[in-house]
Write a protein that binds this ligand. Structure first.
Ligand code: GUN
Length: 299
């Protein structure tokens, strides 16, 4: 029987642990864990994500601050806000929602966030720590950290002897995911749009992680029987069966056909998605504990 991985349940247990860590922080320091989320412009999907992040931070008992800036915000204004948040001792995590409007230089903004407040794990110091195998002292990008937690649920912490394929090579997901799998002793391949024959790379993978942003691209003949399939894609496709003009969310994996062959598979929605927000809360709690000189909780 194929295991359909329940990301909602896994996320709920992380959130429970974060909530209790936040209460412990408050008890020991008298202050709250603080998260600032910054959004620029009017992209509806980004607003929906940011709204969920701010709401979840409140639910965890954090001081949750949202800065909503207009589309025409300048680079200088955004950099000034980041500098203010960096200097604010009540804020332990700073997240600038991506993508930013085209006239802004995302990388300069992201790199300006203090590494110890970079709860997205995108600062080169945090990315570099992960690249050299330091999983203890930096902050790890939320979606790969969440996907890895799901992999650990199936395989445990040691992936020795297992082949893993990550499809996608972004800084936000593909590269850190590959490094986490490598740190857990998997034999890792990174596939991408210029790879030849992704299907045959897939058939060799005991763990296949798809983050390509193309609806249902991974087909059943890409899947090794019994493999663990982690779907990081979130794509909206037309769903005329639900009524005219309606749509639905699907992943990068053709779930309905792959579920028959996989050993374990994460669905969309309800797989990796809820884990991203949960790990953002976890990173914020970790950042707060470290700033206070306390031993940070592990999630
Ligand atoms: N946009 C989509 N995913 C993310 C994320 O994990 N972090 C940020 N900052 N922006 C995103």
């Amino acid at each position: 029987m194929t295991t359909v991985i329940d990301g909602k349940q896994a996320a709920a247990s992380v959130i429970e642990a974060v909530t209790s860590a936040a209460a412990g922080y408050e008890k020991q320091t008298g202050g709250k864990v603080g998260l600032a989320v910054v959004i620029v412009g009017n992209d509806p999907a980004s607003h929906a994500y940011v709204g969920s992040k701010s709401k979840m931070a409140k639910q965890c008992g954090f001081n949750s601050v949202q800065h909503t800036l207009p589309e025409e915000t300048t680079q200088e204004e955004l950099m000034a806000l980041v500098a203010t948040l960096n200097a604010d001792a009540s804020i332990h995590g700073v997240l600038v929602q991506l993508p930013l409007p085209k006239h802004l230089q995302s990388d300069a903004v992201i790199q300006a966030i203090l590494p110890e407040k970079d709860v997205d794990g995108l600062n080169i110091l945090n990315a570099g720590k992960l690249a050299v195998g330091d999983l203890e002292t930096g902050l790890i990008s939320c979606t790969p950290a969440g996907a890895m937690l799901l992999v650990r649920q199936i395989h445990g912490t040691d992936l020795s002897g297992l082949n893993a394929l990550v499809i996608g090579r972004s800084n936000l997901f593909g590269k850190p995911m590959a490094q986490l799998l490598l740190a857990a002793n998997a034999t890792v391949t990174i596939g991408h749009s210029r790879s030849h024959d992704l299907a045959s790379l897939g058939r060799n993978a005991d763990i296949l992680v798809a983050a390509v942003g193309r609806a249902q691209m991974v087909k059943v003949d890409w899947i090794k029987p019994g493999a663990t399939v982690i779907d990081v894609g979130i794509n909206r496709i037309p769903a005329p069966e639900k009524g005219e003009g309606k749509s639905r969310l699907v992943g990068d994996v053709a779930f309905d056909e792959c579920v028959a062959v996989a050993g374990a598979i994460s669905p969309v929605p309800g797989g990796v998605g809820p884990m991203t927000i949960a790990m953002l809360m976890a990173n914020t709690a970790i950042a707060a504990y470290r700033t206070a000189g306390l031993t940070a909780p592990k999630f």
